[in-house]
Design a protein around this ligand. Structure first.
Ligand SMILES: [Fe+2]
Length: 291
């Protein structure tokens, strides 16, 4: 295999990787290089790559540190599409606020997400990223002191969607029938694999700060969001067909501007590692305007 090379996409996170041949299995040296890069940079972008579902799933498992002695035994799901075209496409329209998948679930942590551009018309709505690791590292001392020992309450709630949408009727509301209630997570969360500290609150599903009067907690959350999503820290991935992107779902948060059903095709095949049981039943979708 030719040598793998990487180019930074922003100072804090994200690398575009060239020279990877999408083979199963990959050799040990390549696996070691990719794992190191993934833990350092949080987001890897491969362009013009012929990635089938087997390679996409295999790579996803490898990057979270799992050994895959028998790649043929991997459970494959090539029907999980983020799509405004496929009849059962997930998140088929709307704007998504910043979040990490399954942040509201105590049972089913998702370590990694990958998307592969299967059918992408132009201009395609980008996927947006911020680094919650970088946000913790750069958090002003006064905010850090206030949240260091505190926890946040995570949940899906239409009222919170409305508040955070700040009047934008296009924001997509996803409702999951998971049976899970409110989940409490540390605001300064230690990443289970890298040991880095993550500022673990998001505008989509963080309800409030535990044990704080609501108005005070809301003001503190707003200050944290202003820092997490400050102008200049976002990274946009502009989609082309044949792009494979993989990211650390705990270290980074993702979002997207509005997608229209009648807009250019945007079908992205998704894998999660590990795959959460509570996602097996599809959510219901509505925009804030309809919810
Ligand atoms: Fe998501």
């Amino acid at each position: 295999m030719p040598a793998i090379t990487a180019r930074d996409l922003s100072p804090a996170f994200g690398s575009e990787v060239s020279g990877l041949e999408p083979r199963v299995p990959l050799d040990d040296e390549t696996i070691g290089t990719l794992r190191k890069l993934f833990d350092e940079r949080g987001l890897l972008v491969f362009r013009d790559i012929q990635a089938d579902i087997k390679f996409q799933t295999y790579l996803s498992e490898l990057l979270i540190g799992n050994d895959v002695p028998d790649p043929d035994a991997l459970p494959l799901n090539d029907k999980f599409m983020i799509s405004n075209r496929e009849p059962k496409g997930a998140a088929p329209y709307g704007r998504l606020l910043y979040h990490s998948d399954q942040m509201w679930s105590a049972k089913d942590r998702v370590d990694l997400i990958s998307l592969y551009g299967k059918d992408v018309g132009q201009p395609a709505t980008p996927t947006m990223f911020v680094s919650a690791v970088e946000a913790w590292k750069t958090l002003p001392e006064n905010l850090r002191r206030q949240v260091q020992e505190r926890s946040a309450i995570q949940h899906y709630d239409e009222d919170v969607y409305r508040k955070r949408a700040a009047g934008d009727p296009d924001v997509l509301v996803s409702t999951y029938q998971t049976g899970e209630d409110f989940v409490t997570t540390p605001i300064a969360l230690t990443h289970p694999r890298t040991g880095k500290t993550i500022l673990y609150v998001c505008q989509q599903t963080t309800q409030k700060i535990a044990g704080m009067p609501e108005a005070e907690g809301d003001a503190l959350l707003e200050a944290l969001f202003d820092h997490l999503y400050a102008p200049g820290v976002e990274l946009a991935h502009d989609w082309r067909e044949g792009d494979l992107i993989v990211w650390d779902n705990l270290a980074l948060q993702h979002a997207r501007p509005n997608v229209l059903v009648e807009g250019p095709a945007r079908t992205l095949r998704k894998t999660l590692a590990p795959f959460p049981k509570s996602m097996i039943k599809g959510p219901k979708y509505a925009s804030v305007a309809e919810a």
